[in-house]
Design a protein around this ligand. Structure first.
Ligand SMILES: [Zn+2]
Length: 114
């Protein structure tokens, strides 16, 4: 289950960028072709944040569908997996989207005025 290691590195990055702040929600973009299972990440998130400064934060995952462009027939098509083959039969294909694994934003809990 490599999702735990990936989730831990996401949590580390968030902790690194938000020192001393309380995090309410972490928004992630996960491509369908990234090899990461969003449900497994959600499951790991509680584990990875447990005992850290962002414990209790929620994880919001936006899934990005796979899209590719075929240079053979010059058209875009949906890519359900990493088999780079156009319906026209050409394998001269470039992935346009679906490999994302990135933090799109982090919601911080507003700090009360001292
Ligand atoms: Zn094609």
């Amino acid at each position: 289950m490599h999702e735990l290691a990936i989730t831990e590195s996401v949590v580390d990055m968030v902790l690194d960028r938000t020192p001393g702040r309380q995090v309410a929600c972490v928004h992630l973009k996960v491509g369908r072709l990234s090899g990461v299972v969003p449900d497994a990440m959600r499951f790991c998130f509680d584990l990875a944040t447990s005992g850290t400064a962002i414990e209790g934060a929620t994880l919001d995952i936006v899934e990005i569908p796979g899209r590719a462009h075929c240079r053979g027939c010059d058209s875009d098509f949906d890519l359900p997996d990493l088999i780079l083959l156009c319906p026209c039969g050409s394998a001269d294909v470039g992935v346009l989207s679906g490999r994302e694994l990135e933090i799109s934003s982090v919601d911080l809990v507003a700090q009360p005025c001292a």
